[in-house]
Design a protein around this ligand. Structure first.
Ligand code: NAP
Length: 281
């Protein structure tokens, strides 16, 4: 058996096309969605992400601004820039690329972004809203996974869902979105006992571990949906948390690259569009 590939690149292109149409409609009303992306320092992976975000903005017809601050910038300087962007009417969404240099508090920076412009949905108020299921912005990576599931008509309702990873940006919100869609969700992490056994029970298995090829075929129930969130570098090559041989056991799987990655950025665009709508009111 060979699994069906869930093509995040193709779905992203389709959704970005729909966003572009909506941008044109907004422009007729005098508003062009605007995103500001801030990068502090020269982390090579972050530079790639920021470049991809700029490219996505162009595809969606958005106005975008990029700010590159030196690694030795102070927290006050960064907070000052965020405050300016909070007040800037051309900017509807603000994204500060993480991780930040150690001397800057990520919590303080996230908390400084105006709620209506928090298109990453990292602000504690937005996180709380996701918990109760009444939100403006969805967390980008988990939202991208949900769009992929919908596109391939995979309904988590009543299904056994296992998420490996409990980070604030992926694992926890991913579990919450699956729960909102009536999945029976188990969250695994580094202290989980019998991890392989638990994974083998999953109808939908989401790997957000950050370890190359962590999920092996022996951990996958035949026919399961396997979602690979991982973005790891091995010998300079991008690879996921799921071993390629899993495709022989799974029913569906997401490739790396070309699966969840492009969807994450597309969901950021969706949130920016939503932010523009919210700020028009
Ligand atoms: P993270 O903050 O490092 O969290 C990793 C999680 O995996 C933690 O909860 C950790 O458990 C768990 N874990 C680590 N080793 C484990 C083990 N041996 N057994 C079971 N669980 C283990 O990472 P993240 O930010 O969630 O990102 C996860 C991966 O997704 C990374 O590869 C990242 O690059 C990628 N990512 C991709 C996208 C995308 O757009 N595709 C977006 C964001 C992140 P503990 O909590 O117990 O330490």
């Amino acid at each position: 058996m060979s699994a069906i590939l869930m093509d995040g690149k193709a779905l992203s292109a389709k959704v970005r096309g729909q966003i572009l149409e909506e941008t044109h409609r907004l422009e007729e009303q005098g508003v062009r969605p605007g995103l500001a992306v801030i990068l502090v320092g020269e982390d090579p992976a972050s530079q790639v992400y920021v470049r991809n975000k700029e490219k996505a903005c162009a595809e969606c017809g958005f106005y975008s601004e990029k700010y590159v601050l030196p690694a030795e910038s102070t927290q006050e300087e960064l907070l000052g820039l965020i405050e300016e962007l909070n007040q800037n009417p051309r900017i509807h969404g603000i994204l500060c690329q993480l991780p930040l240099p150690k001397h800057i508090s990520e919590e303080a920076v996230i908390a400084a972004i105006r709620l209506e412009k928090d298109v990453d949905a990292f602000h504690s108020s937005n996180v709380g809203k996701i918990m109760i299921g009444d939100f403006d912005f969805l967390p980008c990576t988990p939202a991208g996974v949900m769009e992929l599931l919908d596109e391939y008509q995979i309904d988590p309702n009543g299904k056994r869902c296992v998420v490996i990873g409990r980070s604030n940006i992926v694992g926890k919100p991913m579990s919450m979105l699956l729960l909102h869609r009536h999945g029976t969700v188990t969250i695994c992490h580094s202290r989980t006992e019998n991890l392989a056994e638990i994974c083998r029970e999953a109808d939908i298995l989401v790997a957000a571990v950050g370890r190359a090829h962590f999920v092996t075929p022996a951990m996958v129930k035949p026919g399961a949906v396997v979602i690979d969130v991982g973005m790891n570098r091995e010998n300079g090559k991008l690879c996921g948390d799921v071993a390629p041989e899993v495709a022989e056991v799974a029913g569906y799987f997401t490739p790396v690259p070309g699966g969840v990655g492009p969807m994450t950025i597309t969901m950021l665009m969706k949130n920016t569009l939503k932010a523009a709508h919210l700020q028009m009111k």
